[in-house]
Write a protein that binds this ligand. Sequence first.
Ligand SMILES: O=P(O)(O)OC[C@H]1O[C@H](OP(=O)(O)OP(=O)(O)O)[C@H](O)[C@@H]1O
Ligand SMILES: O=c1[nH]c(=O)c2nc[nH]c2[nH]1
Ligand SMILES: [Mg+2]
Length: 165
Amino acid sequence: MTNPNQKSFPVTWDQFHRDSRALAWRLAGMGTFDAVVAIARGGLVPAAIVARELNIRTVETVAVKSYDHQNQGGIQVLKAISQPVLDLARNGGKILIVDDLVDTGSTARVVREMLPGAHFATVYAKPKGRELVDTFITEVSQDTWIFFPWDLDVAYVAPISGGTD
Ligand SMILES: O=P(O)(O)OC[C@H]1O[C@H](OP(=O)(O)OP(=O)(O)O)[C@H](O)[C@@H]1O
Ligand SMILES: O=c1[nH]c(=O)c2nc[nH]c2[nH]1
Ligand SMILES: [Mg+2]
């Protein structure tokens, strides 16, 4: 569960939609993208929102897993980028890679190697990985854990004063 040494940054669906739209607005000023590559699973939601806003119809996925709960393990590529999208990139197509966040940058580093000329965008960024991202919306400190709406439920919370109700 939650690491007590970390700050917590819970994000609602509403806020995530707003922040993803803000990312789309920022990207809209950067020309036309020929395809979006979502880093599954976390990148699927912002990629769908950005693709809708920017009218990008070619949507590809790459599946990379680096965390079990909040523990980082080795990077595993579970699904590679399809050949037609790699060919598009090789022939000069403009590719947008989208993920929900960059933390240590391990995931970003691996996916960037697959598509060296692509534009890498995330909604949130932590300092260690920030340099690997071309465009992001909100930075949080390295000791913050971002809780995404798909990992949350509505639940009781104890009062700040420490009482029980
Ligand atoms: O910068 P890093 O330290 O690599 O961390 C960031 C990555 O970690 C999370 O994915 P995770 O591997 O947990 O898989 P998920 O997207 O399926 O939740 C998140 O969605 C990013 O892809
Ligand atoms: O839900 C998540 N929140 C985070 O802050 C994070 N960092 C890496 N992977 C993460 N997943
Ligand atoms: Mg991920």
